[in-house]
Design a protein around this ligand. Structure first.
Ligand SMILES: Nc1ncnc2c1ncn2[C@@H]1O[C@H](COP(=O)(O)OP(=O)(O)OP(=O)(O)O)[C@@H](O)[C@H]1O
Ligand SMILES: [Mg+2]
Length: 238
């Protein structure tokens, strides 16, 4: 029995008529682990997450979730109920006529009754600062609002593990601070993909890098630079 929540073994994946997007990729996330993943555009981060969620099927390799090898759609369906996955593009996540329906969808799928699911959805919307948005139409929201609703859909499920693909895209500084606070209040394991090193430092314990379709060996060590310039005695930002 494995102690990893998520294990990807020797994964190869190529989109039709393209070179491999993932090359012999190995990855694991253990219980209690809070891992950040960093890497250039096109490195294969989102592709890796879509494979671990069973949204696309690798040409080679194995996906093991909660110690069980994923064989078919049904095994992924079961595992997905315990994974809070935030899509990079919120439009892929929101498909209901109202915000409340979208956020209640996860708990309903988990088997909660209608009233309980709505209550969980209302709480999650409050958590992300969107109380009052219940009856809004998701596709008419701003980019940042969509991201927050998508986050609420994930939080409402109270999943065993969070898998977040670029959670801060489009968020204002205030919303980003709120998200950091929310994540500080949550104890579950997480994998956070982000181009924002400050956000990763604030929300994860360890940092790995991805490049050219595989995870680089070793961890990244965040570090700061000091610098000096002529305007250094005047308040300013970089
Ligand atoms: N549906 C698709 N069809 C063909 N190629 C694709 C498709 N989706 C992604 N790719 C290609 O696969 C590679 C990996 O893309 P992926 O979206 O996984 O990168 P990423 O690391 O998430 O990048 P970003 O930081 O920009 O989100 C890229 O070269 C991309 O152009
Ligand atoms: Mg991506």
């Amino acid at each position: 029995m494995s102690h990893a929540i998520i294990e990807l073994k020797d994964i190869d994946y190529a989109f039709p008529n393209r070179d491999n997007a993932l090359n012999g990729l190995n990855f694991h996330l253990h219980h209690g682990e809070k891992l950040g993943l960093f890497g250039p555009n096109g490195a294969g981060k989102t592709t890796m997450l879509h494979i671990l969620m069973g949204l696309i099927k690798p040409q080679r390799g194995e996906v093991v979730l909660f110690g069980k090898t994923m064989q078919d759609g049904a095994s992924f369906d079961e595992a997905r109920l315990k994974i809070g996955f935030l899509f990079q593009h919120s439009d892929d996540q929101l498909f209901c006529p109202t915000v409340l329906d979208d956020v209640a969808f996860g708990p309903l799928n988990q088997g909660f009754g209608k009233d309980e699911a709505r209550q969980k959805a209302t709480e999650a919307l409050k958590q992300v600062g969107l109380s009052g948005f219940e009856d809004r139409v998701p596709y008419r929201l701003s980019g940042g609002e969509k991201k927050l609703v998508a986050l609420a859909t994930v939080l409402a499920m109270k999943p065993e593990v969070l898998v977040l693909d670029e959670p801060t895209t489009g968020l204002s500084p205030e919303a980003k601070v709120r998200l950091i606070e929310i994540l500080h209040g949550l104890d579950m394991a997480r994998l956070v993909v982000s181009h924002d090193p400050d956000f990763l430092s604030a929300t994860t314990d360890r940092l790995r890098a991805m490049r050219d379709g595989s995870i680089r060996p070793g961890e990244l060590k965040p570090h700061t630079h000091t610098h000096v310039h002529e305007e250094g005695d005047v308040p300013h930002q970089h």
